[in-house]
Design a protein around this ligand. Sequence first.
Ligand code: MN
Length: 736
Amino acid sequence: MTEVEIEKENAAIAKAYKELLKVSYQTLTTEDKKLIRHAFDVAVEAHNGQRRKSGEAYIFHPIAVAKIVAQEIGLDATSIAAALLHDVVEDNENYTKEDIERMFGDTVARIVDGLTKISSLSKETDVSTQAENFRKMLLTLNDDVRVIIIKIADRLHNMQTMDSMRTDKQEKIASETLYIYAPLAHRIGLYNIKTELEDLGLKYTEPEVYHDILHKIKESKEEQDAYIKAFSKVVVDALDNEGLNYEIKGRPKSIFSIRRKMIKQGVSFEEVYDKFAVRIIYKSDLANEKFLAWKIYSIVTDHFTPNPTRLRDWISSPKSTGYEALHITVMGPKGRWVEVQIRSERMNEIAEKGYAAHYKYKHGNAEDALDTWIDKLQEALESNETNAVDFVEQFKLNLYSKEIYVFSPKGDLKSLPKGASPLDFAFSIHTEVGMKTRGAKVNGKLVPLSQELKSGDQVEILTSENAKPNANWLDYATTARARSKIKSSLREEKKRIGEDGKEILRRKLKQLKIHLDEKTINDMVVYFKLKTSLDLFYRVGVGTIDNTMLKEFAASRSNALMSFIKNKITRRQNISKEELDREEVTSKYDMLVFGKEEEKLDYKLASCCNPIPGDPVFGFLTINEGIKVHKKNCPNALSLQSNYAYRIMLAKWIDSSQQEFSAIITLSGIDNIGLVNDITRIISSNMHVNMKSLSFDSDDGIFSGKINVIVKNNSMLKKLIDNLKKINGIDKVSRV
Ligand code: MN
């Protein structure tokens, strides 16, 4: 840089600094100005020689942040000084927290330290890390809420000056802004800043969408102005007659909120009808402002019909953020609904600056007022942490990401991917909890484990020692963690059953005079069309290969010709020893079922993608050809699913030998103590039976019961019935 350039830059810095003092919302005392000057000098020194990506001197950034803090948010001198110093410790190793404390005292040092800590939070972009950062940031509120407010100002300025950054970095920062900073700004009542953060967030995450809407807003500006004129014309005389001093403005909705409406209502830009609100801002003294608000309400609704369900009175009971206004939606000119916001000048200032303005009006002393505001905010955030559901509701986190937030019974916050079920929640608490899940309550009500959780749900997992994962769980669990735990448990279970099954097989074959050796195992695997020895042992273990089938196998072996052929096949396939001991779960997909009830229906495989057994698929109900089955990643899938969602059927391949069915058993007998206990013990100790429901009745010493069980096959059911018959006092057991 030439000397002239340096001089020019220094002049620009001095100018920016003067501007900062000039725009401060709060009146600055001589002491305040001294503090700010000192902070400015230290910041200039510390950032000397540093430049931003854009090439401009770094010091412009802290000045700009301080300006947002002073002007737009309206904070005090302490905050302005801290904003000037916010990157000093982070960016210059010659300055420590202690140095700041020595020069500026406790409060400034504490705020700067909080800001430095936030900056050092993990820069990872995955949602769970972001959520963790979010939580940590909220914790700093316990130190000083100004930390977060200055951080929001810092983020706003970074978003405003991101153009010279790499695209991937822009996207990363923008998505974090939408995820964390915009909701925070909203909660703190900084509506203007929140809106700007959202619009900038959209600009960098979906640039095309952003520019498209921006362009259309500019194009429709004239029409909008004309509309507001038409609206004003109707009420202006009446308002003037009442001697009111007011201003009517049209406020366009933000790009981000128009975008949200387009998505939510599935409409185009042109079809979003409330793209702006009409705002009436009136002058009033404190004593009359409520009365005047309702007077204006009365005048507006004399001319336009109000929608009674859309009346919001935030004057009588202001929002927790301090927002005050009267909102109505009326049927405006051209038969269009239009929102009318009625605010006094004071209310308008509060809406723009939050409590800083609120307390300016209430008390004379700004410093006191600010402390009260901070206390109040902290209180709100803390109490929100105890009332967990409101907390999420207010932060509206689910609006900003594909993540949902749910709560444990104690109110601990857990973030899960959208679509997660109670099972995912259970496994996210602890593997042991997941493994022992018996059922779940959501917001106090029992729900199926397959239920999709929503943000704000409070989830309680019911566990039982006897509960264990079953194959269906893989249909409900969406998180990688839960799925891998369930799979490994199923694998263990299969192995265990397989070990038992091997012994059972050895015994049964002995009765058939067949010795269980490698060759026999190979023969059987081929005969039963299985893949591994474990498949064979497992099926014997659970009983899907029963005595009759084993006898058939034995008979086939004694047939010489058959034996010859089998041997040939066996030799060709020659299953190695290693393969026999393989533990892997191999699934044999041989049946396609539809819907939640897993019905067997007629179907055809689509020729566009030719699904094969095991592929993830869905059914599509055609008009002439019944159900057509497509792969989930079929090129036609997306258009079918978006255009004909109602004709899509869930479909999946299953292993028919693993299919379960439910059966109802009735029993009767003489009622005695412990009978019910005996029954439930037998059912729950039988490892292949799941009890769905049971009911017992007792009448004059005669007992009757009904049990709904889920079993894999008939032989298991028979075994269960036999065992139940053995119970002392039981007289009759039968299947309905
Ligand atoms: Mn910064």
